[in-house]
Design a protein around this ligand. Structure first.
Ligand SMILES: [Zn+2]
Length: 152
């Protein structure tokens, strides 16, 4: 075999590369709907897990030792105190029963306001606690309503 014959014997590789690329592009298009479906299922799963965290939290918090210090504690919201000057939430008061209501940001349906309360910073000089008020919708998940921080 001479040089020309050798090179000639590999000519078809060029076409094969093109065919494989075409095949890959085609297969990628085919799995796009499946990928979209999986992404949407994963979003749904995340939403449901967030809801579950709140529901389980609401059940557990009443027998929790030092609520919020090691694990987020959850309650219903009794009322939100805002700072008169800044208009920002200052303290969120907890309740064992649904008291305040707010709409889901997606569907507008009214749900009881719930809250989380946890220590987010711990030092000898200062502790910071964070409160978040939100509504959970069985379909749309969590809508944030207010955040308040306390420094002690
Ligand atoms: Zn909703």
């Amino acid at each position: 075999m001479n040089r020309k014959g050798y090179l000639e014997s590999f000519r078809r590789i060029d076409t094969e590369v093109e065919n494989i690329q075409t095949e890959i592009t085609k297969r990628r298009e085919e799995i796009k709907p499946l990928e979209n479906k999986i992404n949407s299922l994963e979003e749904d799963l995340e939403t449901k897990r967030k809801i579950l965290e709140v529901i389980v939290g609401l059940e557990k918090t009443s027998n929790m030792e030092k609520p919020g210090e090691y694990h987020k504690s959850f309650y219903f919201v009794q009322k939100i105190k805002t700072n008169l000057l800044s208009g920002k939430p200052e303290y969120i008061f907890e309740s064992d029963e649904p008291s305040m209501y707010a709409p889901c940001s997606e569907c507008g349906q009214q749900y009881p306001l719930v809250m989380s309360h946890e220590q987010t910073f711990d030092s000898p000089d200062e502790d910071i606690w964070e409160q978040r008020a939100f509504v959970i919708c069985p379909d749309d998940g969590v809508s944030q309503i207010a955040i308040a921080h306390q420094r002690y």
